[in-house]
Each structure stands twice: as structure tokens, then as C-alpha cells.
Design a protein around this ligand. Sequence first.
Ligand code: HEM
Length: 424
Amino acid sequence: MSDRFRRYGDIYRAVIYGANVYVSRDPQHAEHVLRENWQCYTKGLFSKRVAILLGNGLMSSEGTLWKNQRRMIQPAFHRNVVAGLTKVIASSNRSLLKKWKEAALQHIQVNVTRDISSMILEVTLAAIFGNDYQQVAEHFNVLSEEPTRDLKFAQAFRSLQKIVFLIAAERRKKNPESNDLLSKLMTARDLSGQPMRDPQLVNEIKTLIVAGHETTASTLNWVWYLLSRNPEAQDRLWEEVDERTPGDATDLDRLDEYPFAREVIEETMRLFPPGWLVTRKALSDDQLGEFFVPAGTEIYIPLYFIQRNPKLWEDPDRFDPDRFTPERSKNRHPFAMLPFSAGPRRCIGESLARVEMLMHVVTIAKGLRLRFVGRAPELDPAVNLRNKHDFLMEPEVRSEPAADLISECQACIDRPSAGHPSGD
Ligand code: HEM
């Protein structure tokens, strides 16, 4: 795509997997297809791959089914629900920080990809299943342990639906009301007052697990890689987190006090948007600027290339979080930056993802420096944009390591004069 855009400009035609396709990195085309004339389009071939894995959940459903489901699921991502999840997010990040600090003290490298994947999976499952988290956790480990999303994986993942059926049935016997996403979905009613049927509920839960896990985890991997490569930005992030007290980050309102951390995340999603390619298929004839679009044509909207389009971004491949200061964002085309897509089918989990990412960055930056030591990244542009290799990093404790660790060791608190049991 990179080569073709260089040769032909912002839009070109191609035959991809036997379909006629327009590939465009023009934000006006994205605006037209995703928002202005969205009803003229369905999701296209790319989402069929997603449907094999996730069934007919929100990501791949169409028409009335999608509309009803979106209406029913939207309230589960209300600010109050997300605010109720911050304790879980904080606790998972504290455990991760502790693990990485211990590794730092022993001068051991950490596998950032694997550890962040497990942490985000824990957060996602706890957000969905609440108090039933322990009962489901071990069944879903396959998601962070197995990176390939092939048919074999789809089969293994499908077999996990039994556990969701089981939990839903148990909850129905008791009172299903609680602040987790499963409960919100079970108590939702459509316009005729009907709840979601179990098979649909299972598809939606599977969709939320996969959509919420890989995207968020992938962004956070790139955050640490880019910061490690840009020490100046890393220093500025530290300055910002050092000025705040550690408890701040569990209060949603106070997350606004970390503007630079937010800009770092934004710039990371610009350079490496996890959902790097959004596709649609025209249901009827349409016009894309000066180009005629016959019914059946697919439109590929590669967010990766819109967000690196040199007409929209100065020095587009450079990591520069200050692009997202309010002053520099002022005159930008609203569709120049759309990591969560746009229009009625934009990401439903955006608010949760933003809170998860900001809390993670702030918590880890407060305690650690991560130094990238692995193989140079190679892009793997599958459904999500990931690195072909796991990110390996050397963690370095930033502040008073000994005091931090000792305060967490019960043996040292109980018998301070005896010293730590290992003799350290
Ligand atoms: C950094 C994190 C995330 C990014 C970059 C992201 C990106 C996206 C994008 C680009 C789409 C639209 C695809 C299209 O238009 O074809 C989308 C849709 C969706 N996302 Fe996310 N997402 C993220 C996190 C989450 C989370 C945390 C959840 C839920 C727990 C979630 C659930 C969904 C669902 C259900 C859809 C389908 C919405 C619909 O079609 O109505 N995502 N996401």
C-alpha cells in the first residue's frame, strides 16, 4: 500500500482477494464512507474473518441485528460503569509494576508483550465477569498465550463459550445485577422489552473479550517501545507523573491531570493504530469524490496511512506527542486521526480503553524505566497491527527500590530486625 500511495496519490483501485477495491488515505473519503453515507455500506470481506472467530457479535453483525444490539450494549460503557472498573485496573497494574520491579532488582529482562497481554486480559475478564472472574480466568489464558488467530485458534476459542453459558445460567438463578459488563448485557432489554438470547449474549461477550484485549495491549507495547526510543519524551512523562500523588490515577476526573501521558498514547495510536485497516462494501452505487463506486465495490480505509499521510501530518513518521496539544490540533481535519474509527460503527469500548491505557502508563512510569533490548520490530499487519516478535525490555527501578519492596514483604514488616528470609 505504501508503495502504491507513493505512486498513485491518495486513492487507487486494485483487485484484492477477487474483489474490486478502492484503497484511500484521503480523510474526506473516510468521512463520507464512515459517517455521511454510512448506510450505503456494510462491513466488507475483512470482517468475515472476524466473524469466523467471534460469531455474529457487534463487530461483524449488520442491519437491524447490529442496531438493536448496539442500543442494548452502549449503556454498558457509560462513564459510571467505567468509573466502577478503575479499582480493578489499578490493582492489575500494581501487580505488574511489582513483578517488573522485582525483575529490575534481579537484572532480568521482561517480556513486555506477554506481561501486558496477561494484565489486559485480566482487566478485560474482570470488567466483564466481575466476581465470577476467578471461575473463568484459567479458561481464557489461551488468548494471551497463543498469538496466532487461525482456524485452530477459532475452534479452541469457540469451545470456551460453554463457560459463558454456565455463568449466565447461574446468575439467572441468583440476582444478575452488578456493575460488570455481563450483568449490563443480561439486564438490557430491546425496544420490545426482550432480553438478549443466550447464543447472542455469548457472541457479544466473545467479541468484547477479543476486541478489548488485543487492541489495548498492542497499543501499550508500542508506547513503551516508542518511549524507550525517545528519551526526551520519557523524561517529560516522568516529570509529569512525579508532580502528582500516586493515588490520583484511580479517579477518572483526575486522569485529566496527565495531559502529556495522554498525548503519548495518542501519538502511539497515530503511528501504530491497532485496527490499522477498516473496510466497507458498497450496497448500492455511490460516488467517492470524483470516483464512481459501483455497488459491490469494497472500500479499504487504512487508518495507518491516513494517520501518516504527509498532506495531513508534518514529518509523519516522527514520534512527536506535542502534535496533540490543543493548539496544534486546532486546524486538523477531524478524520485525520481516527484510531477508534468514526460514525455509528465507531469503537464502543473507546472510553474504557482510554482509561485502561492512561492508568497503565501513569502507574508504570511512576516506578520504572523500560529499556528496549529485543529485535528491531517488524510489522505484522493482520486484523490487528502487531510486532512479529515479542517486545523484550530491561526494567530499571526509578525511585527507592529497596523501601518499596520491603514495605510489601510481610516477613520484613513483622520482624524488621531479623532481615529478609532470603538473606537479601
Ligand atoms: C486501543 C484500544 C482500541 C482500539 C484502537 C479500537 C479500535 C476499534 C476500531 C477501529 C473499530 C471500528 C472497526 C470498523 O469501523 O470497522 C472498533 C470497533 C469495536 N470495538 Fe474497539 N478498539 C479498542 C478497544 C476496545 C475495547 C476496550 C472494547 C470493548 C471492551 C472494544 C470493542 C469494540 C466493539 C464491540 C466494536 C464494534 C462496534 C460496532 O461495530 O458497533 N474496543 N474498535
